[in-house]
Ligand binder design. Structure first.
Ligand code: NAD
Length: 477
């Protein structure tokens, strides 16, 4: 007898609500866990990830033919680096902060403690399925929370490995993995979690925030967008081309911080195009999509979406100067450069999230800034050029979640800096100290040490002396 839709729904709702209930008791115990306890768990997680290295690579290859080397540098290592950095610094990050006491509160002392938020939910996307599910988990565990991870439904093989690793380190009542599509995610979103850490598209980010508002649950939204890359006339051409080709075609362009479009100064445009073409040939051996050592598009639907964006640009006059080959039901797309691109094309209106790189020429840095500012605030902004004044001009003229000067994408891997968007590319931060902060409540505790504190002068009845005190407060404090 086949299961009806209602029975399936009742089944996953029961499973999820049981885990959620069980996590309540555990989250209360975890409030008392020590830094040592949490580090012990993170080390156990590190050990299991190292143990499953080969399976992780094979799973990502099965999911979208991601090359093993790319999995190592952009999935496994990134999570391991997060664990190691967190274990090394957690004691310092969670140390209560003693603060000064203002004169009107004389007699009291205050401190800020960092306590776990409680039950947390991580929703992750398919494009870095291992990294973006487990990276935030490191911060959630370090901060002392329970967690449910909802990975993307488009990476089933990776999800199997994630589930196996998690089950070897945690009981479900502490960390559980729930697979599923929109109905499962919407049910999860209806529950009163204490924090939701979402990584994905701005469109789904809005759905998450709306659902979280019903429970007044705090959210971190790590979203996407069009990350501009400026190559100014004094940039080092060969060096810029190499870094851009790496950052753009890693993961076949399916990277939230990949350069989305290039803004190139007219004086160096031809030279840069030649350098980009040469670098693509060197790195990917040939234009033949069958032999390029880089991964596929996640599924045919996304491949067709990218092809439509490409076709729209070509139909409106864009010139293909490298690549442009689609094969294997459009899930294998060669690294593609497009010139003569204009703002009325879809390629300049939406996040590309694939290996198409449009090139736009500018003659004045002010015009480049205007193009960037005509679009929603991006997750990343890249500037290639060597004059500090120009670098400063761009940083001050255009907002972005993150920025790199004379490089791209690798800012994601520096655990010492926050990673997050602004406006349409999200809010809140992840990584290292900032990730642990996202999963912690900064709780101020004021302790009164005397029965005659200076603050008692604020209590009624207000005699002439107290009136004098309140006047002094208004005037001087
Ligand atoms: P997505 O928003 O479609 O999906 C992300 C997650 O949300 C998945 O787990 C999915 O199952 C769930 N989801 C999808 N539709 C939903 C709905 N209607 N209701 C509830 N949940 C839903 O994103 P994606 O396609 O998996 O990933 C690509 C996007 O993610 C791009 O925009 C990219 O820029 C962004 N991204 C951002 C970062 C970052 O760190 N800022 C990193 C990677 C990807």
């Amino acid at each position: 007898m086949s299961t009806t839709a209602e029975e399936t729904k009742a089944g996953f709702e029961k499973e999820i609500s049981t885990i959620f209930e069980d996590q309540l008791a555990v989250s209360r115990q975890l409030r008392k866990s020590t830094v040592k306890d949490r580090i012990r768990k993170l080390k156990k997680l590190e050990k299991q990830i190292l143990h499953f290295q080969e399976e992780i690579k094979q799973a990502l290859y099965r999911d979208f033919q991601k090359p093993a080397e790319e999995t190592e540098i952009s999935e496994t290592w990134v999570v391991l680096a997060e664990i190691r950095h967190t274990c090394k610094n957690l004691k310092k990050w969670l140390r209560p902060q003693k603060v000064d006491t203002p004169l009107p509160l004389l007699g009291s002392t205050s401190e800020v403690i960092f306590e776990p938020k409680g039950r947390t939910l991580i929703i992750s996307p398919w494009n870095y399925p291992f990294n973006l599910a487990l990276g935030p988990l490191v911060s959630a565990v370090a901060a002392g929370n329970t967690c449910i991870i909802k990975p993307s439904e488009f990476t089933p093989s990776t999800n199997v490995v994630i589930k196996e690793i998690i089950s070897r380190v945690f009981d479900k009542a502490e960390v559980a993995v729930i697979e599923g599509e929109v109905p499962e995610t919407q049910y999860l979103l209806s529950l009163p979690f204490d924090h939701i850490f979402f990584t994905g598209s701005p469109a789904v980010g809005k759905i998450v925030m709306e659902a979280a508002a019903k429970n007044l649950t705090g959210v971190t939204l790590e979203l996407g967008g069009k990350s501009p890359t400026i190559i100014h006339k004094d940039a080092k051409i060969k060096d810029s081309a190499e870094k851009i080709v790496f950052g753009k075609f890693l993961n076949a362009g399916q990277t939230c911080v990949a350069p989305d479009y290039l803004l190139v100064h007219k004086d160096i445009k031809n030279e840069l195009i030649e350098a980009l073409k040469r670098t693509i040939k060197e790195k990917f051996h040939s234009d033949d999509p069958e032999t390029t050592p880089y991964c596929n598009i996640i599924n045919q639907k996304n491949g067709e979406r990218i092809k439509d964006i490409f076709q729209d640009a070509v139909d409106k006059g864009a010139k293909v100067i490298s690549g442009g080959n689609f094969s294997n039901n459009d899930i294998t797309i060669s690294p593609t450069l497009l010139d003569s691109v204009s703002e009325d094309m879809r390629i300049m209106g939406e996040e590309i999230f694939g290996p198409l790189l449009p090139i736009i020429e500018y003659d004045d840095l002010k015009n480049a800034a205007e193009i960037i500012n005509s679009k929603p605030k991006p997750l990343a902004l890249y500037y290639f050029g060597n004059t500090s004044k120009d670098q400063k001009f761009i940083i001050q003229s255009c907002q972005s979640g993150t920025t790199a000067i004379n490089d791209c994408v690798i800012q994601f891997t520096n655990t010492e800096i926050p990673f997050g968007g602004i406006g349409n590319s999200g809010f809140g931060n992840g990584h290292g100290y900032w990730g642990v902060r996202a999963f912690s409540h900064e709780r101020p505790i004021l302790k009164q040490n005397t029965i005659f504190p200076s603050s008692s002068l604020l209590h009624p009845p207000y005699n002439s002396f107290k009136r004098f005190v309140s006047k002094m407060l208004v005037k001087y404090f």
